[in-house]
Design a protein around this ligand. Sequence first.
Ligand code: PRP
Length: 210
Amino acid sequence: MISIALPKGRLGEKALKLFQEAGIIPCGDIGFSSRKLILELPGSGVRFFWVKPSDVAIYVERGAADIGVVGKDILEESSPDVYEVLDLGMGRCRMCVAAKKDFWDNPNRTLSVATKFPTIASEYYERQSRRIDVIKLNGSIELAPILGLSDVIVDIVETGDTLRENDLEVFETIFEISARLILNKSSAKFRQDEISKIVSEISKIIESKG
Ligand code: PRP
């Protein structure tokens, strides 16, 4: 059986639909429940695991899953040793620098940056030879500049609602994000036939969606 790690939540549910549309698993009710962590579909030769989005790449890198669906943000942050084979064109958002609307950046000062993505933030400012102080947070990043914990944030912006509702705005876009299909390296080699078939079916359905 091929094991597929999906991110819990909306993106994972959309990805599951994609596997249905691609004919890899049956359409209709397949007994999906957000509380059950493993969904076995023996007739189709695959089973799905629901994991925390930031853990998908770890399962795939270490071979607990053969295939995974993960955001480009997580791949950029942790650079897992996996093959990134397809852009699924879903889960679109962007990695941005945001701050209070009236923030004025003095380039001669060390910039304090609150983020869930310390590697992305550090590399981004390193490319600009800018000295920064990274403050690693785990959520509700938008609070940091409001409470004076940081000058700016590096975070994901999807609809922009969270920024708007907190009087913050985007200063720069670092990169665009979408969900990617990743493969465990040894599975890609030793289970090539089964995995290529899945990748090619998914690829066809994405192309047909334009
Ligand atoms: C993410 C991100 C922003 C928000 C952006 O947080 O960190 O806070 O979504 O979405 P929007 O542009 O559509 O408002 P998430 O929902 O993952 O929760 P968190 O704050 O706990 O990280």
